[in-house]
Design a protein around this ligand. Sequence first.
Ligand SMILES: C[S@@+](CC[C@H](N)C(=O)[O-])C[C@H]1O[C@@H](n2cnc3c(N)ncnc32)[C@H](O)[C@@H]1O
Length: 190
Amino acid sequence: MSDWPGGARHYAQTPEQISRAEFKLLEALEVFGVQLPSHGRALDLGAAPGGWTRLLLEAGLHVVAVDPANLDPRLHESSRLEHYRGYAETYLEDAVKKHRRFDLIVNDMRMDAREASRVLGQAAPCLRPEGFIISVFKLPHETREIQPLITLKEAMSTLKKYYAIVHARQLFHNRQEVTVIAAQPLTTRA
Ligand SMILES: C[S@@+](CC[C@H](N)C(=O)[O-])C[C@H]1O[C@@H](n2cnc3c(N)ncnc32)[C@H](O)[C@@H]1O
């Protein structure tokens, strides 16, 4: 097996770029053939310093960026950005109660994959029927006791309780992680 059967993707650094994490989102869109919506609302979980948020704003979306850490100051020039300076779990508790809805939910939180899948489960009522999610799942490094694939299977099995998984793959720009695209299950969409 080659390390990168789909080929190694390279993206040019630009002066506007905020983080190298941007390459992960760009690659996911290209490899999975997905287009960002050009309007509507996006929720960015684990947004700081704001690379993904920048790309979502650039696409035309209104973005709620959730992270206890600071966002790059250049982002605050946009009137379509709201920064919730706190944890995703707390934001979602309130968002579910207030019936907040999003066309796109993205997640790049530095968090164990199983925990991230639980947080995305919490976010499921906030995703519009035609919406989708793009999520990175961080995996542990393999040791004698720890098998990253088991962690991944557990995370996927939790995620499947809430979403239909459309793509899941380790991309060139993913390190010890995989990228997943998921949508509302058909029953919810009908
Ligand atoms: C890899 S960085 C995200 C990079 C970002 N996607 C970008 O493009 O700039 C991971 C972020 O997850 C955030 N994070 C970790 N746990 C979180 C939680 N429970 N709620 C919200 N953010 C969290 C960290 O504060 C950190 O800023």
